[in-house]
Write a protein that binds this ligand. Structure first.
Ligand code: SAM
Ligand code: SF4
Ligand code: SF4
Length: 335
């Protein structure tokens, strides 16, 4: 069992980034001006191998992690990802294994992912309108291919699929109602995410955020909603359901209602750095000791030592002050 951090929070969730590369250039995450043709992504030798990831994952589970999410960059760009899933899925103590993807390669890969033992999946989709979506992903990627990916995930048994929509004022707020109508009664769970000031490259200002309460208001006016109790304490998304039984949505209000006090998440970057906050300034290198022959106990102690001194609560501080704190890019750390 893990120690508590300095604010009394246990370690329960681990997000593992399996690549820093992506085939999209979402303006809010990997803007083209920063992640252009000459951007240096990590060379292969610097990425943790699947064996290294699996070993660390087992140690994290020993420390109390119950849920693992694979992310990136775009995780489905990592070749043979099914091999990693097959290694993680049967690990005793792991209650939940899931993955967040932009959906671009999902139609082809959903079956293999499920066969390897993936249990759930989250697909990011910011609009049903090709023009709006193309402007956001900045590679003119069509909506229909992502929808095909969601359908393939459903057929493969990964339902209900969670659909993540980042809402940015003046960019895709007009897509909120069409998305809500589309996924109502689909059995999938649409989750609206407040646009966050992750990294330094997306030029975030508070005016860009559409508060979750406003999104609920917009949807409720057309399709009446009622709140639902959280599935468990510390659940990130606030749950709402359609009063007529049309299903459920989620709201992730990281900016207007920060949930740092119940944050039990650690993040492992593709090159093996441990971060204890999405807005962390620097990570703790686990790859160097791993490759220098550290024992399981030495690695476990390093993880415990990092967690014990954790005092991160960036989102709470952001709402208290307007200080510009330094931080890491989202595509590096994984969402
Ligand atoms: N490439 C995959 C994807 O897009 O689903 C996985 C990695 S992505 C960094 C994980 C999640 O973070 C996505 O749902 C994405 O929309 C979200 N995200 C990225 N930048 C964000 C920002 N500035 N604010 C809020 N969410 C963001
Ligand atoms: Fe790629 Fe996901 Fe970031 Fe978009 S949000 S650029 S798909 S990593
Ligand atoms: Fe957790 Fe950091 Fe986000 Fe707060 S800001 S919820 S501590 S990841």
């Amino acid at each position: 069992m893990s120690d508590l951090d300095r604010l009394g929070r246990p370690l329960r969730d681990l997000r593992i980034s399996v690549t820093d590369r992506c085939n999209f250039r979402c303006t809010y995450c990997m803007p083209r001006e920063v992640f252009g043709a000459d951007f240096q992504f990590l060379p292969r030798a610097e990425l943790l191998t699947f064996e290294e990831i699996a070993r660390l994952a087992r140690l994290f589970i020993d420390q109390g992690v119950e849920k693992i999410r694979l992310t990136g960059g775009e995780p489905l760009l990592r070749r043979d990802l099914e091999r990693l899933i097959a290694a993680l899925a049967p690990m005793p103590g792991l209650g939940d294994l899931t993955l967040t993807t932009n959906g671009s390669l999902l139609a082809r890969k959903a079956g293999a992912l499920a066969d390897a033992g993936l249990r759930r999946i989250t697909v990011s989709l910011d609009s049903l309108d090709d023009e709006v979506f193309g402007r956001l992903n900045d590679v003119d990627f069509p909506v229909s291919v992502v929808l095909d990916g969601i359908a393939a995930a459903e057929r493969a048994g990964l339902a209900p699929v969670k659909i993540n929509m980042v809402v940015r004022r003046g960019v895709n707020e007009s897509s909120v109602l069409p998305m809500a109508r589309h996924f109502r009664e689909s059995g999938h769970i649409l989750r609206f995410i407040e646009y966050m000031d992750v990294g330094h490259s997306n030029g975030w200002v508070l005016d860009d955020v559409v508060p979750a309460a406003e999104i609920v208001g917009m949807i409720d006016a057309e399709m009446p909603l009622e709140p639902v109790d959280p599935n468990y304490q510390g659940e990130v998304a606030d749950r709402w359901r359609y009063r007529d039984g049309g299903g459920e949505i989620g709201l992730i209000s990281s900016v207007t209602e920060p949930f740092c006090s119940t944050c039990t998440r650690a993040r492992l970057t593709a090159e093996g750095e441990l971060y204890t906050c999405l807005f962390g300034v620097s990570g703790h290198d686990l790859r160097a000791p791993l490759r220098a022959g550290a024992t399981d106990e030495e690695l476990a102690e390093r993880i415990r030592a990092v967690w014990r001194v954790r005092a991160d609560r960036y989102s709470e501080l952001r709402s208290l002050a307007t200080v510009r704190l330094p931080k890491v890019e989202m595509s590096h750390i994984g969402g």
